[in-house]
Write a protein that binds this ligand. Structure first.
Ligand SMILES: [Zn+2]
Length: 191
């Protein structure tokens, strides 16, 4: 459903990111899959919050709602809008650390990845966030076709300079097929 490379204008403000953990696709793959959407898409989002037993990383619903607002702001003028379809909160000292636990976490928590954007919120060290797959690299129902984001980068989070929700906006761009907005130059970061 979301397997598409996007041509959108006036979109993602995330030029400061140098801590994205998403791998770099080959330029050949990128060029060969260029595609323009003809109709707009509304994407349901489910957040999965992974937090520690002591409460660290336990993000409230209000902050997740603001993240949805931030996403919609970032994609204003594009073909995409997002709405909050659900939240899960999981207390787990291991899963709180997203890096290296992606398969375990998504296997347990993923909800209808073919139709829902699952965003996992936890400690993303040493990154701010990442996606495992660009859309052309896995089937739509692959549980790893989703987004990982550090809880401190949500709107109002404790990462100074990265506290407006733009990390999620950047990584959702990868989820949708956008290249790193700070590399290449095929997609600009104007707003
Ligand atoms: Zn990136």
């Amino acid at each position: 459903m979301f397997t598409a490379i996007l041509i959108i204008s006036g979109h993602i403000s995330y030029a400061q990111n140098q801590r994205c953990g998403t791998h770099t696709p080959s330029q050949i793959v990128y060029d060969n899959t260029l595609y323009k959407l003809s109709s707009s898409i509304t994407i349901p989002v489910i957040f999965h919050v992974l937090y520690k037993n002591n409460g660290t990383g336990n993000v409230p619903l209000s902050q997740l709602s603001k993240q949805i607002d931030s996403l919609n702001g970032g994609y204003l003028g594009s073909m995409f809008t997002f709405y909050l379809a659900g939240v899960s909160w999981t207390k787990n000292d291991s899963w709180y650390f997203l890096d290296g636990n992606e398969a375990t976490i998504t296997n347990a928590l993923s909800t209808d990845p073919k139709h829902v954007l699952n965003i996992y919120i936890g400690n993303a060290d040493p990154y701010l966030g990442w996606v495992v797959y660009f859309p052309w690299e896995a089937n739509e129902d692959n549980k790893l076709h989703d987004v990982f984001v550090d809880y401190r980068s949500l709107p109002g989070g404790s990462f100074s300079g990265y506290d407006e929700g733009n990390t999620a906006t950047h990584e959702v761009g990868h989820y949708l097929g956008l290249y790193h907005t700070f590399q290449g130059g095929l997609y600009t970061t104007r707003r």
